[in-house]
Design a protein around this ligand. Sequence first.
Ligand SMILES: Cc1cc2nc3c(=O)[nH]c(=O)nc-3n(C[C@H](O)[C@H](O)[C@H](O)COP(=O)(O)OP(=O)(O)OC[C@H]3O[C@@H](n4cnc5c(N)ncnc54)[C@H](O)[C@@H]3O)c2cc1C
Length: 229
Amino acid sequence: MKATLVESREIAPEVRHFTFEVSDLPELDFTPGQWVSISEIVRDKKTTRAYSLASAPSGNRFELCLNRVKEGLFSPWLFRLEPGESVSIKGPLGSFVPKLPFAESVLVATGTGIAPFRSFLQSPAVLDSHLPVTLLLGARYEESLLYRAEFEALERTRPGFRFLPTITRPSPAWQGRTGRVQAHIDSILGVRTDLDVYICGLRAMVDEVRSLLAARGFEKSRIIFEKYD
Ligand SMILES: Cc1cc2nc3c(=O)[nH]c(=O)nc-3n(C[C@H](O)[C@H](O)[C@H](O)COP(=O)(O)OP(=O)(O)OC[C@H]3O[C@@H](n4cnc5c(N)ncnc54)[C@H](O)[C@@H]3O)c2cc1C
């Protein structure tokens, strides 16, 4: 399938939010949490990378949230894409989706690992469940807390939703949580193991959070994760 870039905007240093449109289909049907693969010839080599859908299904449009990996091959190429240009995509793919029926959940993300959770948090399965949902989002700096305003707004409108951002390099003005997401698992969960924990981001963080949960006695089926590397 071909997807055409409609627009892209910077949402944090080295992070852009992209809106694409699939021209051959009236609708791109997917489940929040799934991803698409994008393939293009970059530096004379066919290159394919996975990107989580960062929006809920909406006609033939979909959104992505990408960070530019400095020494990377594909992400710097995608950052140079102009509106009107197309890429080849396959999908939707993957099974990192909300379990049904949706249970009380904690969502743990760092960086662009937030993408599938933005999709979760726009979907009726999660929003209309009326169950408590906590989003623990880690970033290095305040300006890198992706979609912060959206999640703060959701906290005001969706009862039971808690947004807990944490910063590893806070400015003196920052009054919220500090340190890595791993440091907040204990205080968020207390003694509980009877909820689902979804984790998304780079391997090191995902594996550390999984180990913390396993050590607390979490059942495997309650730890759902997606690794970006
Ligand atoms: C299921 C899945 C979903 C993904 N969804 C997203 C997404 O929504 N947004 C997104 O930005 N990336 C996402 N990725 C990562 C993406 O596929 C690429 O790996 C990333 O864009 C780097 O590609 P590259 O060619 O620029 O770097 P490469 O030349 O392939 O270099 C890879 C290096 O970049 C590191 N890396 C990979 N991903 C990231 C990242 N996101 N941030 C920092 N370092 C990284 C790896 O550890 C590795 O060292 C996803 C990966 C998977 C497997």
